[in-house]
Ligand binder design. Structure first.
Ligand code: SAM
Length: 190
């Protein structure tokens, strides 16, 4: 039972690309109400439900409050762009490092397509700044974006940091017509 239907987008992407494995450490940016974190908890085994598999960890961050979830640690009322959030994150992450960064962040839509696109690209860039600080070499990132003029620039930035970058459109997000995800794998050594 997921907190939000958005869970099915992550399930669909991860069923295909298998980023979330038992033992991995995940950051979920824009985690409220917590559906993606629920999926991540199951797949990285952060409740140690499968006693014979490695135990992972999940840290979710959101400006809003996120109700507690077994197997996840949440930074509610935290902005992912704030330096204080980065400090809190590094304390919560094992060895201050993550294997996977998820971002389903979105701004409150203004209805102005170009403006919303630009704001969401800026949020993706914040997730990339976070990757620069904490992502392990070989790690991966999934970030939501709305298509538009800056998508190509964002993709170039991703390609400079990751070996494999592609756009994915899960069937579960068919309704939200402009919504796409970048899937970036094999984070390069700094
Ligand atoms: N993936 C979530 C789930 O499955 O439950 C849904 C995420 S919802 C589409 C987008 C979230 O991004 C909102 O809860 C919003 O508060 C959050 N958000 C937007 N800007 C943020 C920021 N700067 N820092 C942290 N969270 C942010």
């Amino acid at each position: 039972n997921y907190r939000c239907r958005s869970a099915f987008k992550l399930i669909e992407i991860d069923d295909k690309y298998r980023l979330l494995k038992p033992g991995l450490s995940v950051i979920d940016c824009g985690a409220a109400p917590g559906a993606w974190s629920q999926v991540a908890v199951q797949r990285v085994n952060s409740t140690a439900e499968s006693a014979d598999l490695p135990k992972g960890s999940v840290v979710g961050i959101d400006l809003l409050r996120i109700a507690p979830l077994d197997g996840a640690q949440f930074l509610s009322n935290h902005d992912i762009t704030a330096p204080l959030t980065h400090m809190a994150l590094e304390r919560l992450l094992p060895e201050a490092r993550a294997d996977v960064i998820l971002s389903d962040m979105a701004p409150n839509a203004s209805g102005l397509r170009e403006l919303d696109h630009e704001r969401l690209v800026t949020m993706c860039l914040s997730a990339l700044d976070l990757a620069d600080k904490v992502l392990r070499p070989g790690g991966s990132l999934i970030c939501k974006y709305w298509d538009g003029a800056l998508a190509h620039k964002l993709q170039q930035r991703l390609s400079s940091m990751f070996q494999d970058v592609r756009t994915v459109k899960p069937r579960a997000s068919r309704k939200e017509s402009a919504e796409l995800f970048f899937l970036a794998r094999m984070f390069k050594m700094r």
